[in-house]
Design a protein around this ligand. Structure first.
Ligand code: FES
Length: 112
């Protein structure tokens, strides 16, 4: 099965901690089907919204800092292949510092 050359993707990112940007930000972008989510988030930050905040480091699935929730599933953004519809949120169980950045050293209190 061959992949299409380009695909139109709708990426909705749950935002918090940036004045005037709390809630969902939705971006519609052309992507290469081989792109991973981290590549697309980086492009969105550079070309559409420099306030979009996330972490990355190793880019190969080893450091864990790009862990986030996509369509309800915890994934590493650097390993997650792009899909046509993605709802992207901060990782569960840790306090959100801003957008997709959480305090990994801290746990959320139960009931939060
Ligand atoms: S950037 Fe290190 S695991 Fe994704």
């Amino acid at each position: 099965m061959s992949l299409p050359e380009r695909m139109r993707c709708r990426i909705s990112v749950k935002r918090s901690g940036t004045a005037g940007r709390d809630g969902m930000s939705t971006f519609v972008v052309e992507c290469d089907p081989h792109d991973n989510l981290l590549e697309v988030l980086t492009r969105l930050q550079r070309e559409h919204d420099p306030t979009l905040t996330f972490r990355c480091s190793c880019l190969i699935g080893k450091c864990n800092v790009c862990l986030m929730k996509v369509n309800g599933e915890m994934v590493y953004a650097c390993k997650k292949r792009i899909e046509e519809e993605m709802v992207v949120e901060a990782a569960d169980n840790h306090p959100v510092l801003r957008d997709l950045v959480v305090a990994f050293g801290e746990r959320k209190d139960r009931g939060e």
